[in-house]
Structures are given as C-alpha cells and as structure tokens.
Write a protein that binds this ligand. Structure first.
Ligand code: UT7
Length: 317
C-alpha cells in the first residue's frame, strides 16, 4: 500500500453507536436443536451467546442515529453514507433506504468485503474526506442469521446479527489515520463463501489457519506504514470470529490479548459489525484516551484482510 499523502484535511471519529437485536440465543438453546454443547462452543470459539433478528436497514438506522447524536450532528450535515454489509436487505438500495430513514441528504452506497467490510469502508471514508467531504457516516451491519444454515453445527454457533456506526469528521492536519492496508486473495474464495440466495459454507480449519496469517501480515504492513511498533499500540481492535484466532494473532504480533477488545462472547461473529462493536465497547469502557494508538485488523471471505493504525483524536505526537 502506498504511504499516506497527508493533505490539508484528515479525519477523526467524533461519534459512534451500536445496535444488537433483542433476541438472545444461548449456546444451551443451540444445543437443544443440534448435536453440540455449550462447552464445545465456548472452548472452541469463545462465544457464549449471540443476538439474532432484525434487518440490515433497521439495525443500521439504530446505530447510525446514535452515532449522529453523539457527534451532535443534524443528519442534513452528513456528506456521504458508507454502509458496509455482506447481507443487504435487497439486491440494491440498502444504503439508500438507511439514508432515507435517517433523513440524510447525501450519496449512499454499500461496501461488500465480507467480514472486512467495515475496514474497507473506513479507508474509503478517509479517502472521501481527503477528497473534500467534511462529514461521513460509516455503518457496518450484518444479519448473518439470514444466510446461516441452522441445521449445520459447523457454522450455526458462529454467526449472528448486529451493527456498529461511526461518524468521521474532517480536521485540519493529518487526522487519525497513520497507516492502512487492504488485501485480498481470491484463490481462497472457496473455503468461505455463500452463493446468492444460499447459506454460508466454510472449511473452518483452513479458514482458521489462513486467518491468523493474513491478519498478522496485514497488521504488520499497517504498523510499518505508520512507522510504529507493536509495543506502541495501546489497544488492538480485531475482527471477532473466534477468540482462539484473536489470541493466536496477538501472540504472533507480540501483544498481550489483554490489550485486545473482545466482545465475541456476547455477540458471536457479526461480520461487518464486529470491529465497530468492539471499538465502541472499548470506548464506552474508557479503554481509549486521546492520543492512544489503535490497531484495527480483520479478515473475511474472499479471502480478504485489512488493517489500519489510528491515533485516537488525530494530531501529531
Ligand atoms: O469471519 C470468518 C468466519 N469464519 C471463521 O473465522 C472460522 C474459522 N474457524 C474456526 O473458528 C474453527 O475452525 C471452528 C470453530 C469452525 C471449528 O473449530 P476446530 O477446533 O477447528 O474444530 P474442528 O473443525 O477440527 O472439529 C473438531 C471436532 C470434529 O469432530 P471429530 O472429527 O474430531 O470427531 C467436529 O466434527 O469437533 C466437531 N464439531 C463439533 N462438535 C460439537 C464441529 N462443530 C461442532 C460443534 N459442536 N458445533
């Protein structure tokens, strides 16, 4: 990835929001309908329960509204809406429906990069701001329960629904983004995929093996682009697919898992929503302060991987 050309305007996150469906499905409930157990799911994935229900538009409107409120922005002031999702409600127009329901008067489009969608959207949003937009609403939402085969114990315990949103605003100077990386390897498409109208098919072990490698590779590229070391990172905000993947990636990067934001135990894998949900959780718990360096990193179907290093609040040292 090329080094960042810092223009007149950078971006910072000025508000965030989350939405999870009300319905909780516990591991015990799954074990009542398929040949699995709470112990197996917990020990192999870290998931204890997940939220299921709602629509991509409905959850996006909820998280997006919260983010706008926190940023103190009237919807009319947003210059662009980017909706990261791999489960649009319709073939097209999901982001337009969100734009309409939120009362935005701006361009709106979907980004589909499976579980790395939010990261692709985040880089895109920074690009829009570098090109002159002043305020961008970025939402990551997935309703994976709609494309999950609820009779398949290899996938059903993993996937769930949720949404996370951030408002990005332009600032003078370099802003928060210090380095970024977007990767894809289409030769690995077959190990994790869903045909249009179908359900998720996955070679779990192979996805696991590659996931750790591509997350670490991507993270190392972003750290290098940012000119920082892993020890400089206050908090890792990883894609929430499996606690063992997060642990292995942290081990290989040389950072304690205590410095990672983890929400998978209560959310499951919410794809495009997983990184913004983990980011919002860390912010709401006061784990991030002005000036802290964050490493956001994810992987997903495609296969894709993506990461970035942010200085929270932007600015130089
Ligand atoms: O956003 C990206 C999405 N996907 C991922 O990140 C998935 C990455 N992969 C994984 O997270 C893990 O590979 C899984 C959680 C999917 C599976 O864990 P694993 O440790 O790789 O287990 P495994 O596939 O090797 O299966 C071990 C055993 C097998 O039985 P045998 O052959 O040893 O008798 C499976 O049949 O566990 C069995 N098994 C289950 N048992 C109880 C598989 N799924 C289940 C289940 N409950 N739900």
């Amino acid at each position: 990835m090329p080094a960042i050309r810092h223009g007149a305007k950078g971006a910072v996150i000025s508000g965030w929001g989350t939405a999870l469906p009300e319905k909780v499905v516990t591991n015990e409930e799954l074990a009542a309908t398929m040949d699995t157990s709470d112990e197996w799911i917990r020990s192999r994935t870290g998931i204890e329960e997940r939220r299921v229900g709602g629509s991509t538009v409905g959850l996006s409107v909820e998280s997006g509204r919260q983010a706008l409120e926190m940023a103190g922005l009237d919807p009319s002031r947003i210059d662009a809406l980017v909706l990261a999702t791999t489960t649009p409600d319709k073939q097209w127009g999901t982001s337009a429906a969100v734009q309409n329901e939120l009362g935005l008067f701006c361009g709106a489009f979907d980004v589909n990069a499976a579980c790395t969608g939010f990261m692709y959207g985040l880089v895109t949003a920074h690009g829009l701001i570098a090109m002159g937009a002043d305020r961008v609403l970025l939402i990551g939402t997935d309703t994976l329960s709609r494309i999950t085969d609820w009779n398949d114990r290899a996938t059903a315990p993993l996937f769930a629904d949720g949404s996370g949103a951030v408002v990005l605003e332009s600032v003078d100077g370099p802003g928060q983004m210090l380095g970024w990386d977007l990767d894809a390897d289409g030769s690995a498409l077959s190990i994790l995929q869903s045909e249009v109208g179908g359900t998720i098919k996955m070679e779990g072990k192979e996805v696991f093996r590659r996931a750790v490698r591509i997350m670490v590779d991507s993270a190392e590229k972003s750290l290098a682009h940012a000119g920082v070391q892993i020890d400089d990172i206050k908090l890792v905000v990883p894609h929430q697919a499996n606690i063992r993947i997060i642990r292995a990636a942290c081990d290989r990067l040389g950072i304690s898992i205590d410095r990672a934001s983890v929400v998978i135990q209560r959310t499951g894998n919410t794809s495009s929503a997983s990184i913004p949900l983990a980011l919002a959780d860390a912010l709401d718990r006061g784990r991030i302060e002005h000036g802290d360096l964050l490493l956001l990193v994810g992987f997903g179907g495609g296969m894709t991987a993506a990461s970035c290093v942010l200085r929270w609040g932007g600015g130089l040292e």
